[in-house]
Every structure is written in C-alpha cells, then in structure tokens.
Design a protein around this ligand. Sequence first.
Ligand code: KIV
Length: 300
Amino acid sequence: MKQPLTITKLKKMKQSGEPISVLTAYDYPSAKLAEEAGIDVILVGDSLGNVVLGYDTTIPVTLNDMVYHSRAVARGAANTFIVTDLPFMTYRLGQETTLRNAARLLQEGYAHAVKLEGGAEIAGEVAACVRAGIPVMGHIGLTPQSVHQLGGYKVQGKLEQEAKKLIEDAKALEEAGAFAIVLELVTEPLAEAISSQLSIPTIGIGAGRGCDGQVLVYHDILQYASPYREKRFVKTYADIGTTVRTAIGAYVSDVKSRAFPQEEHAFPMEQEVIRQLYGGNSAEEGRNSPLESEKEAGFQ
Ligand code: KIV
C-alpha cells in the first residue's frame, strides 16, 4: 500500500529534479479523490475560507475550522502527506501560542506538517516548531492573511527591494528549518532564483515554471463554484460546476414533473400487511414479493 511521503523524500525529489504535485483539499471526498489520483501532498489550505465557507478573505478562518477540515481530509487520504495551514493570528503571538496551535493541527487534525505565512519575521516561530518535532512549510510572496497590508491580491517581488526581501525571507525560513516554501504570486524569474538558491523545495502558485513543485486550489482546477477560477495562474482541468448545476437542474425538473421517483426507487409493502390495513385485494398484488424487490434494490 502507498505510504505518505516524508519531508526527507520531498527534499530528495528536489535533488533528483522530480516535480512535486500539491493540491488543496478540504473534506473527505476531495481528499479521497486527490489521493486516488496520485497527488504527492495535500494542503488543507485556509483558502477553505474562500472556496468552502464563502468568506471574502481567509481572515475569518479559525483554528477549529482548520482542525475540523484537516480531520476529514485525513480520513479521506490516509496514505498521503498532509500539510494544514495555521490560520490568521494563530501564530505571531509568541512561540508558545504557535506551538500549542500547531500541535492541535497534528494531534486533532492528523496533519503531518503545518504551513505558516511570513518570512524572516516568523523565523523564530518556525524554528520553535521544528525543534518541537513539527515540520513546517513556509509561505512567502502574496500571503493572503496579510491582504489588507499588501493592498490587494497583487504579484509580489516586481521591484528590486521587494525581490531582495523575498530572497532573504526564503533563506531565513530555510535556516529556521522549514522543509519547503510556497511561493505565491511572484514573478517567474524571482521564483526561479529563489528555487536555485535553496536546498529545500519551492512550491509555486502563480510563480511560473522554475519552482520545484506546484500547488493549486481544488475548486479552481475543477471549476467547482470557485470565485477564483478565472485567475491567470489557474488551469482548468474539468468543469465540475457545470456538471453539478446541470444535474441538479435535471433533478429539480424531474421532481416538478413527477418523473422522479419511479417504482424502482420506492419500497413496497407485504401484501398481507396491506390486506390487514385495507381488507380485500390490493392493487399491489401480482408484483414481486416485497422481499424480492428489496433484495433487488440492495436493501437486504
Ligand atoms: O490556503 C491555501 O490554499 C494556500 C495555497 C494557495 C498555497 O495557502
């Protein structure tokens, strides 16, 4: 049986040039399908705030939300390496708080690792987690938890000073012991430069072709009612949204026209019981015995 990857294997994949595939998942079915499709790593991203819970930003997402979804993902993908996001302000309040909250994601959310947004300023917290035996994935560039500080969802590192800062941040995270770093919405040449200067893998989203792996959001690649599917960096692999909408529309129309349910969807009753209820012959007589019908329907 397939075993989850380890952080050692992920680093080896960088060394051997094998690209790392990462996809977000937020519940049992999305995790199960991602695992069956052979994904290397599942990220239980706090993007669940946007694509599952319908918030405008990831800021309202709580630690309890992350634990709840991470647990469901772990049930669906027991053989896949799972990284779960520490949401807004569950770190940066001191190492003890960070450790306590990261521990919950592993103990209660069954994650193998946690992800934190930020650069050199959170290196101390990253190092504390690593010292405590909690693997950490970093996340720099566009960090959605800081969207208001950044002034919107914009490409990062376009200017020299910004680019230099991102390179320093990546190195600080590596030094603190992070096993990988997400680079979100940074220019392709900068992502390439960062990737070549680190010994740990970079996982890009909107960061071009030079990263060691790629991550995308489940609902985006499947066009599953995602508000972000039109983004330049997203590639659509299926249009589940249209399929689901069409199927639900057909169900609504069947209910309205009484085309559903049909006889095969209904449960018959024993003739004897019907006779006892109403007396005399029943219109049901002549059909399969209830027992046979139920066996056919898979209920016995
Ligand atoms: O929350 C998330 O899904 C993420 C990815 C976009 C990297 O952090």
